[in-house]
Design a binder for this molecule. Structure first.
Ligand code: SF4
Length: 341
């Protein structure tokens, strides 16, 4: 099989892969009528929901490789028809994590050329020297915005001729962020309703998987108290993302931490919630949670209001009760009261 072809199958989100699909004259109709690509696309999305990682496919022959390549745009269509922000993030993260594992495998087998090709295809103008990678400053800042560990802070990095110096493993981690950015871009796509309708069997299956996943991650039990079933939808969504290892913005971290502490959870329980994050750092997390709890300053922070949650894009999945409150903690208290009544 042509080497470029098998490379694109492993990294189907690259611009070069979409160009290949275009050059092959494959249209949306071809895509929709390819039963095997459709099945593999459904598998991609279900694997993302179940395990959080789309693993390396086993490629047999050229036909198989083509199907694998087509399954990626098809998976994007399936995700887009469902239009669920949580699914979009989980799917993009699972594709990025799978790619990360493949790149590490390639590096372990001495295929350093893969990293150059990938950087090139992702538009990263890097230089390598003596096992180090030099990344343009602006790309570095953009791609590490969600990486919380202090080793990623610019003050802790060496700069060489305006580029940031990383070891190879660190660079692959940054590439994972670049891939996430690439996969999530444009999702959900604007897919015509008749196409979504023609895929309803796959869509129902994915929705079912998603509901199972939600039920599992909503099982948040804190020994120190709180009633997670009564938490408002915004807080449940942040908890779900944290448990899935999705890096969330600072505003969401602050909101969930302040909410949980005010709902009666202990500092230890809140720290546990952050443990699934890929860049979890216990001492830094403890410092931040204790600061919000007022252990260090003597002033406990309250959770942000609904208006602030909306401003930062953290108000999601609103339900009927949300119409009656202006603060997530009021939602929680009302729900607890209704339960006891
Ligand atoms: S309206 Fe308030 S309580 Fe409801 S989801 Fe939005 S922020 Fe949360």
């Amino acid at each position: 099989m042509h080497e470029r072809y098998s490379y694109l199958c492993l990294y189907p989100f690259l611009p070069a892969a979409s160009e290949y699909v275009k050059e092959s004259g494959l249209t949306l109709d071809h895509l929709i009528s390819s039963v095997s690509a459709r099945i593999r696309a459904r598998e991609r999305v279900i694997e993302a929901i179940r395990t959080g990682c789309v693993e390396r496919p086993v490629i047999g022959d050229e036909q198989h490789a083509q199907m694998e390549l087509l399954s990626y745009p098809f998976a994007r269509i399936l995700v887009s028809c469902i239009r669920d922000p949580y699914l979009v993030r989980r799917y993009a993260l699972a594709e990025a994590k799978g790619a990360y594992r493949r790149i590490i495998e390639e590096l372990h087998s001495g295929r350093i050329d893969t990293i150059h090709k990938l950087a090139d295809d992702l538009g990263l103008s890097i230089h390598t020297s003596a096992g180090y990678v030099l990344v343009p400053f602006t790309d570095y800042l953009r791609l590490t915005v969600n990486l919380r560990d202090k080793r990623w802070k610019l003050v802790n990095r060496s700069l060489v001729r305006g580029k940031v110096k990383l070891n190879m493993n660190e660079f692959v981690r940054v590439v994972q962020e670049a891939i996430y950015e690439r996969v999530v871009k444009g999702l959900p796509l604007d897919v015509p309703e008749e196409i979504c309708n023609s895929l309803s069997a796959h869509i129902e299956e994915i929705k079912h998987e998603l509901a199972l996943r939600r039920a599992k991650t909503d099982e948040f039990r804190a020994p120190s108290g709180g009633d997670p079933e009564s938490f408002p939808p915004c807080i449940r969504n942040i908890i779900r993302n944290l448990k899935d290892g999705v890096n969330i913005p600072h505003s969401a971290r602050f909101a969930v931490t302040a909410f949980l502490l005010n709902a009666g959870l202990s500092v230890e329980d809140v720290i546990e919630l952050y443990r699934s994050l890929p860049d979890f750092n216990e001492s830094m997390t403890r410092y931040q949670v204790e600061h919000i709890a007022g252990v260090r300053s003597g002033t406990r922070y309250t959770a942000p209001s609904c208006a602030t949650m909306r401003t930062y894009g953290n108000c999601v999945d609103k339900d009927e009760l949300c119409e009656k409150v202006s603060h997530p903690l009021s939602y929680y208290r009302l729900k607890l009261k209704a339960k006891k009544a």
